[in-house]
Design a protein around this ligand. Structure first.
Ligand code: R5P
Length: 285
């Protein structure tokens, strides 16, 4: 039986269809003092052997709600609890970057591990975060789907990643598209919203460019990359990512920078054109 966190209802429904498993009735509420209550009455009623909880932890509330759903399905007598984190919040805080800082990814992984038998997560920022879970989480690669929504008439396409860390995503997207060159920019981050991008070596003049990253958060990285590409007379510009967090004014920022379309997957529910990671997840369930 599939159980959806409030942040992942569309993906949970897609996964239920993909697996031909029922989708549990759930309730999300908040007490007058602000405390949350997430419940799965549908699980108590159906009494399944397995519950697959699908919840992107995009906020502190979503984290808490996931812990409650894990507890609720155990309380209902489920034997196996599988937790699917389409997007793992705090995943980028995978080290203590300054003395006295926490390893937040480890802290949340430990909490989530206590309520589950197995964890799946989609394209974590660093695969090493999977080892913070007990037992180790499985990283599901959905990058092969990023090419799906691209127009099929791109002119001499170039697939670029904003930094060396995302070049594999750009290569996977190019391979799935079937043709094109790949390269990456050099990125220096000065703050949460200030990013400096140095041009890649590829000549982009007159060519259509797809910039590929794992996450678009504030859009600072992508908009810097796009403005470099505009300065170099690139053709049509597209950005695609696995996790369209699209915080604050990211969509406006990217549109103003000259992006024709923003694509992402349904690991995070946002108003952009998406492809579903449900088939990739289903292969592991
Ligand atoms: C970091 O290295 C990630 O791969 C992304 O590039 C980053 O999270 C994007 O953040 P923003 O959209 O805020 O620049």
């Amino acid at each position: 039986m599939i159980v959806s966190g409030s942040t992942s209802q569309a993906l949970a429904a897609a996964l239920a269809r993909e697996l031909e498993e029922p989708l549990a009735a759930v309730e999300y509420d908040r007490f007058p003092d602000g405390e949350l209550l997430a419940a799965a009455p549908g699980v108590a009623e159906a009494d399944p052997d397995r519950a697959v909880i699908v919840a992107s932890t995009v906020s502190s509330d979503a984290h808490l709600e996931l812990l409650q759903l894990q507890d609720a399905v155990r309380e209902a007598g489920v034997e196996e609890v599988v937790t699917v984190l389409p997007y793992m919040g705090y995943g980028r805080q995978d080290a203590a970057f300054e003395p006295g800082h926490p390893v937040s990814a480890r802290a949340v992984a430990r909490a989530i591990s206590t309520g589950t038998d197995r964890v799946l997560t989609v394209n974590p920022h660093e695969t090493a975060v999977c080892e913070f879970f007990e037992p180790t989480a499985t990283a599901v690669d959905a990058a092969g789907r990023l090419a799906d929504p691209l127009p099929d008439d791109l002119t001499e396409p170039v697939f670029l990643s904003p930094d060396a860390g995302a070049i594999e995503l750009a290569e996977t997207t190019r391979d799935a598209y079937g043709t094109g060159e790949t390269d990456y920019f050099e990125k220096t981050r000065h703050s949460g919203t200030e990013v400096e991008i140095s041009p890649s070596d590829v000549d982009v003049a007159g060519r259509d460019v797809v910039v590929v990253d794992d996450i678009i958060a504030t859009g600072s990285t992508m908009s810097e990359a796009v403005s470099v590409l505009c300065d170099r007379d690139a053709g049509r510009l597209f950005v695609t990512c696995v996790h369209p967090l699209l915080a604050r004014d990211a969509v406006t920022k990217l549109s103003r920078a000259g992006v024709e379309a923003i694509y992402g997957t349904d690991t995070i529910e946002r108003g952009v054109d998406t492809v579903s990671v449900a088939p990739a997840l289903a292969e592991h369930l």
